[in-house]
Design a protein around this ligand. Structure first.
Ligand code: GRF
Length: 204
């Protein structure tokens, strides 16, 4: 049975695009489909990507809504979509405890570093790559993990490394890591779906 994805975004949506492409003619074809795209930012370019792909999209305005109302709206749209998995694709907001407990081991996040290094509150986007460059790391990479109540601490589903040259800027590192993000997010979604199916078969 094709699994339904709720994909949450906050910005450019290049990871959303990778998932869209993969459901169309990649490894997620006939495995998963995007039931809804939910954005925390009404100006996110990812909403345009969703529109181009003919997907149901919800634009919430995190900055101009009380937190409780925002969290309830996110929960309601995930629930109404019938999503089997929730994918945080460049999503910058903390997921409410209510969603985490109801979707335990069903929320996947992409992080632009090799967790557990360079993770935690405030470690997102360029902050991650600047720290990697500052520490003269020889490698970085991307991680897909299940989301729990802390930042970037859930069970790691998949990681992939990129090797860095000495003089690379944090922008260079971000570009290299983003390529790997787009590769492993669809693979990790597929792996999570297959693992879930194995568990269900075993319980029969
Ligand atoms: C990416 O670096 C991703 O790792 C991080 O947000 C950035 C932008 O992602 N979570 P996207 O282009 O909006 O998918």
């Amino acid at each position: 049975m094709i699994k339904k994805l709720a994909v949450l975004i906050s910005g450019n949506g290049s990871n959303l695009q990778a998932i869209i492409n993969s459901t169309k003619d990649g490894i997620l074809k006939d495995v998963a489909k995007i039931a809804v795209v939910i954005s925390s930012n009404p100006d996110a370019y990812g909403l345009e990507r969703a529109k181009q792909a003919g997907l149901k999209a919800v634009a919430l305005d995190y900055k101009n809504m009380p937190k409780e109302q925002y969290d309830e709206e996110v929960y309601r749209h995930i629930k109404e979509s019938g999503a089997d998995l929730v994918c945080l694709a460049g999503y910058l907001r903390k997921i409410s405890h209510k969603i985490i407990s109801e979707y335990k081991s069903k929320i996947l996040n992409i992080h632009p570093a090799l967790l557990p290094k360079y993770g935690g509150k405030g470690m997102y986007g360029h902050h991650v790559h600047e720290a990697v460059v500052k520490n003269k790391e020889k490698k970085s990479g991307a991680t897909v993990h299940f989301v729990d109540d802390d930042y970037d601490t859930g069970y790691i589903i998949m990681q992939k490394e990129v090797f860095l040259n000495e003089d690379e800027s944090h922008e260079d590192v971000a570009k290299k890591v983003l390529v790997v993000e787009h590769e492993i997010f669809p693979q990790a979604i597929k792996k999570a779906i297959e693992n879930e199916q194995k568990k269900t078969n075993k319980d029969k």
